[in-house]
Write a protein that binds this ligand. Structure first.
Ligand SMILES: [Zn+2]
Length: 155
């Protein structure tokens, strides 16, 4: 068994162009043709995350270039990850460090902000006397995530 290495996925723009798509000018989301149903300009792809979605409603959509590759070529997860050079076999490639890539500070802040919002909602329910066991569990999860984020940020 090996493992998927997300950081080794190809850059979204070069990947989609290598798939024969022409991306129209734009910023984050770019318009292109949908090869799934043949629409000439219904596909939107995200140049940052690689997410794609067909606006013609043919059902083609996914969160990254790996999802696109699987859908476009009928591949499974591992097969597509290997095809894109984003799969590390066990016992090989000793040069690659196993250390996970650092999480961007902005992403950490977004997680912390979201979890704190959850805490605030649970607290306001509690003040109104509507605290359920589920709420409390969610509160504990949220609090521990904020603590985890703080630890990651300090690592
Ligand atoms: Zn489509």
């Amino acid at each position: 068994m090996g493992e998927f290495v997300r950081e080794q996925l190809p850059d979204s723009v070069s990947y989609y162009e290598s798939e024969g798509l022409t991306l129209q000018r734009g910023t984050k989301w770019r318009t292109t043709s949908c090869n799934f149903h043949g629409g000439s300009d219904s596909m939107r792809v995200n140049t940052v995350t690689g997410a794609f979605v067909c606006m013609a409603g043919c059902g083609a959509r996914g969160g990254d270039v790996l999802a696109y590759h699987r859908a476009a070529h009928g591949m499974g997860f591992v097969e597509a990850a290997k095809a894109l050079g984003a799969y590390r076999e066990d016992g090989r490639d000793h040069k690659t460090s196993n250390k996970p890539a650092p999480v961007p500070a902005r992403a950490l802040l977004e997680v912390a902000a979201f979890e704190l919002t959850v805490c605030a909602m649970v607290l306001s329910d509690a003040l109104e006397g509507n605290l359920t066991d589920d709420d409390f569990d969610r509160f504990r999860d949220a609090a521990s995530r904020v603590i985890y984020v703080a630890e990651v940020a300090n690592a």
